[in-house]
Design a protein around this ligand. Structure first.
Ligand SMILES: [Zn+2]
Length: 152
């Protein structure tokens, strides 16, 4: 999550729920303890299921807990690759929430932070990294991995 105030941006909520039970349990517990937090944006680094597969169920959880803003949007660089297609086949209703990202597109976070999307294909054709400018922090998705190697 990115943001120091109550309105936060969430990045890569993870895998399909059947492979991501621990995340959903932990995220639900986090929400129970941070009652002022709401999510207004989900950014996705790339289409692999362990990054994009959990978006729909995360939105459902946030809606059930009344923890989304009215204008919640999901942003991903859309390329129609096979992973993206499979996620949209499983969750056709998700398609309407997902907006494509342009290289160098900037998102303003409520508390003065800005996030710049940087196209970083290689690991996958749709891969974006996100630079939190004021913190000089780069969210690299799977472009930088401990193991195995990436394909840049
Ligand atoms: Zn990946």
């Amino acid at each position: 999550m990115i943001g120091c105030g109550p309105i936060k941006t969430l990045v890569d909520p993870g895998d399909f729920p059947e492979r991501n039970e621990e995340f959903f349990a932990n995220f639900d517990a986090y929400l129970a303890h941070h009652t002022d937090v709401k999510i207004n944006r989900i950014l996705v680094t790339h289409g692999h299921f362990d990054h994009f597969g959990g978006v729909y169920d995360t939105i459902k959880l946030l809606e059930e807990r009344n923890r989304v803003t009215q204008d919640l949007k999901v942003f991903k660089y859309l390329t129609d690759n096979e992973y993206e297609q499979q996620v949209f086949e499983r969750y056709p209703q998700l398609r309407q929430h997902v907006h494509t990202i342009g290289d160098r597109q900037v998102f303003e976070v409520e508390d003065g932070l800005s996030i710049e999307a940087i196209l970083t294909p290689g690991h996958l054709d749709d891969h974006m990294s996100f630079l939190i400018r004021e913190k000089k922090t780069l969210v690299t998705g799977d472009i930088i991995l401990g193991a195995p190697s990436t394909s840049i």
